[in-house]
Ligand binder design. Structure first.
Ligand SMILES: [Ca+2]
Ligand SMILES: [Ca+2]
Ligand SMILES: [Ca+2]
Ligand SMILES: [Ca+2]
Length: 469
């Protein structure tokens, strides 16, 4: 507004002094100068307005993105507080529903790509294997990985300075003046993997150069901009698409209450009440925990009595039925015979008990969620067998509630108790840590993306990683 004042003033002068010749010159000069001033001030004003709108648009987009994050956090918190134990898929469905929404200033868009397919809603990081618990054999199945890189990854996270196979420890990194040495402790993030010998960013990130689990323009334009990609409209991820360092094991049971830790000192009454085992079975579970080395898997393949030094009973696990106290045992007494755990008891034990000590400062690596993992990750877990992976996918898709217990997997023909017991400690039916890529779009079309990783294993839900683009 103020920018126009000189112009009007100039014209006023021209009206007042119209008759005089010299006045005409003055007037012409005035008009000329005024025009220049008008043009200049208009340009400045226009620029300021555009910049102002741009800043406002960014703020609006940012808040829309942030609102999307908050919406997801609210859903995650609700499911931690009041979980639906019989329907683990309800969380997946609710999160999918949160994928978009709007405020007065704009809207958000939350999606992710997993194994090349795009999904609405945030990414369950438990759909990936934890880099701190994946085995050597499983690592070896990652695309394009070499044995020396596998060994170097193990050397990075193991405590010692002994080189595993053809791996790399301190002396390798010092010899190359890299300015860092192996952590000799669990990986803190997936980008840390790029420090390991042989784990080049191209392998770790694939086409997802900014690791946001979304296909961005520069990731689908061939050789135009970094990274090199095949411009096929599909996000081809690297090892980061199979791995995470963020997933954690939770001390919370399926019921929403803290898990019962199986030790010699477990409260027998509570154990019986929560899992439905009888007193002898409870005693056997506690005795087994003493020797189990923190691994619960054998409960799936070996009879409970046998695990604590009593002979196997007549019916095996496959019958799924308890034989009661009638079978013979080595001590010749029916009184202390341990009944096999029936299917319901096994489900309860795996849902509500743990052999992990959660009281320490360490984050325990998370398990893979059978309800969100894709076929490639499932194959990695199960002997690299794509047929097993397809069967698990079919099983979970056949039920609205998904897979409610790892014990359900015994319904898959190719999975026998022996195989299940070896991977039991790597799998579960829910997720605790989620990666949210929320793209906020203002009414004026500006975009801001917020990337957050959140942990719902305890309340309130915590943001453990946050960045804005
Ligand atoms: Ca080491
Ligand atoms: Ca080592
Ligand atoms: Ca990306
Ligand atoms: Ca591609």
């Amino acid at each position: 507004m103020t920018g126009r004042r000189p112009a009007r003033h100039g014209r006023n002068i021209s009206v007042q002094r119209a008759p005089g010749g010299s006045a005409t010159i003055v007037v012409l000069w005035s008009i000329a100068i005024a025009s220049i001033i008008v043009a200049a001030t208009q340009l400045v004003t226009w620029r300021t307005t555009v910049l102002g709108q741009s800043a406002v648009g960014r703020v609006q987009a940012r808040w829309a993105a942030r609102a999307g994050i908050e919406r997801v956090i609210a859903t995650l918190g609700r499911h931690t507080e009041t979980p639906d134990a019989d329907d683990p898929m309800s969380l997946v469905r609710d999160l999918e529903f949160d994928w978009t929404g709007s405020l007065e200033s704009g809207s958000w868009d939350i999606r992710h790509v997993a194994e090349g397919e795009e999904f609405r809603g945030p990414l369950d990081l438990h759909s990936r294997m934890n880099i701190n618990s994946i085995t050597k054999l499983q690592l070896g199945e990652l695309p394009d990985i070499s044995i020396d890189t596998v060994d170097s990854i193990l050397d990075w996270r193991d405590e010692d300075e002994e080189v595993q196979g053809i791996g790399a420890e301190r002396s390798f990194y010092e010899g190359r003046d890299l300015g860092y040495v192996p952590r000799n402790a669990p990986f803190k993030s997936i980008t840390e993997l790029e420090l390991v010998a042989g784990a080049w960013p191209e392998y770790v990130r694939g086409e997802d150069w900014n690791l946001n689990n979304r296909l961005d323009g520069n990731e689908d334009d061939g050789e135009n901009a970094t990274p090199e990609d095949d411009a096929d409209g599909r996000l081809d991820t690297g090892w980061a698409g199979y791995l995470t360092a963020r997933s954690i094991d939770s001390p919370t049971g399926r019921s929403g209450f803290p898990k019962i830790r199986l030790t010699a000192d477990t409260d027998t009454e509570e154990l019986m009440e929560v899992t439905g085992v009888d007193e002898t079975q409870a005693g056997a579970l506690m005795a087994f925990a003493e020797t189990a080395n923190g691994v619960m898997g054998p409960l799936l393949s070996i009879d409970l009595g046998e695990l604590v030094g009593q002979p196997a009973q007549n019916t095996g696990r496959s019958s799924g039925r308890s034989t009661g106290r009638t079978s013979r045992n080595s001590r010749g007494s029916d009184e202390d015979a341990v009944s096999s755990l029936d299917t319901e008891q096994l489900r309860a034990v795996f849902a509500e008990c743990t052999m992990t000590d959660f009281t320490g400062p360490d984050r325990i690596p998370g398990k893979v969620n059978l309800n969100t993992a894709g076929p490639e990750v499932l194959a990695l877990i199960f002997d690299n067998d794509p047929a097993i992976a397809e069967s698990i996918m079919a099983l979970r898709q056949s039920r609205a509630e998904g897979i409610t217990s790892i014990v359900d997997l015994l319904e898959v023909r190719r999975i026998d108790p022996q195989l299940l017991s070896t991977v039991a400690d790597q799998i579960d039916v829910t997720g605790w840590v989620y990666s949210i890529s929320s793209r906020g779009i203002s009414r004026t079309g500006q975009e801001v993306e917020i990337h957050a990783v959140v942990d719902r294993s305890t309340l309130p839900v915590k943001i453990i990683e946050y960045r804005e683009d």
